[in-house]
Design a protein around this ligand. Structure first.
Ligand code: KIV
Length: 265
């Protein structure tokens, strides 16, 4: 078992081997995903949606991400752990951003951080990278900007926005990012960026040509089943499984079937 590091991901891109990534927020999920061979576990601020039940990722705090990262860390041996920098943990000022990224590593045990945005975040990406904190960029649909975007629509459909995303990707590589998440952009744009830059692109709704893929685990497992964006493939329907298991348990308790002699001392 070889630990996944930044160099592993770069090598994978060079060897045209796909990178696999999923989100996790707790020990058990992280442990099982690691055993299954996932390359990168993202402790995403999507915990705001799927764990805390918020409508957006905006309310998520740095302390919440640290808490989840610590739990994930205890379950993982091989995968690389990337922690998300939540809304306003890096945008207010430079020093706070560096301090918060440091906390994700020192307290959470993250091996890299992810932050959203292009041109505006270049200075902090550059500084963090130089300080030894690997940074994963995030372009396209950046959910922390949901109110500016007026929703979760596809980004980069217009030529001007596509050009901006493309140029931002090049600039993020220059600033020292080791990879870039590309979210909800046309497949052709994902392809163009992936071919242009030397660092890996990890797509989510960005088509099949990215160097790797990521999904929110609760989406692909069918646990967060209220909505299903087009780009999500549900590999299981665990939401239904869970409902049925709970119904069965309740019925058996009411019918005095559980616990039986077998489960008693
Ligand atoms: O928070 C998250 O889960 C993410 C992924 C959607 C990439 O940023």
């Amino acid at each position: 078992m070889k630990k996944v590091r930044v160099a592993t991901l770069i090598e994978k891109k060079q060897n045209k081997e796909k990178i696999t990534s999923l989100t996790a927020y707790d020990y058990t999920f992280a442990y099982l995903m690691d055993e299954a061979g996932i390359d990168v576990i993202l402790v995403g601020d999507s915990c705001g949606n799927v764990i805390s039940g918020y409508d957006t990722t905006i309310p998520v705090t740095i302390d919440e991400i640290i808490y989840h990262t610590k739990s994930v860390k205890r379950g993982v041996k091989r995968a690389m752990i990337v922690a998300d920098m939540p809304f306003m943990s890096y945008q207010c000022n430079f020093e706070d951003g560096i301090y918060n990224a440091g906390r994700l590593m020192k307290e959470g045990g993250a091996e890299a951080v992810k932050l959203e945005g292009g041109e505006l975040v270049l200075p902090i990406v550059e500084r963090l990278s130089k300080l030894g904190i690997p940074v994963l960029g995030h372009l396209g649909l950046t959910p922390q900007s949901v109110f500016s975007f007026s929703g979760y629509g596809v980004r980069g459909k217009k030529m001007s926005e596509a050009e901006r995303i493309y140029n931002d990707a090049i600039a993020l590589e220059k600033a020292g990012a080791f990879g870039i998440v590309l979210e909800k952009i046309p497949a052709e744009l994902g392809k163009k960026i992936s071919e242009k830059i030397n660092i890996p692109t990890i797509g989510i709704g960005a088509g099949p040509f990215c160097d790797g893929q990521i999904l929110v685990s609760y989406d692909m497992l069918g646990l967060y089943d209220k909505i299903k964006p087009k780009f999500v493939k549900r590999y299981r329907e665990f939401g239904n499984e869970l409902r049925n298991a709970v119904k069965e348990y309740c019925q058996e308790v009411k019918d005095r079937i559980y616990p039986s002699e077998e489960e008693s001392y």
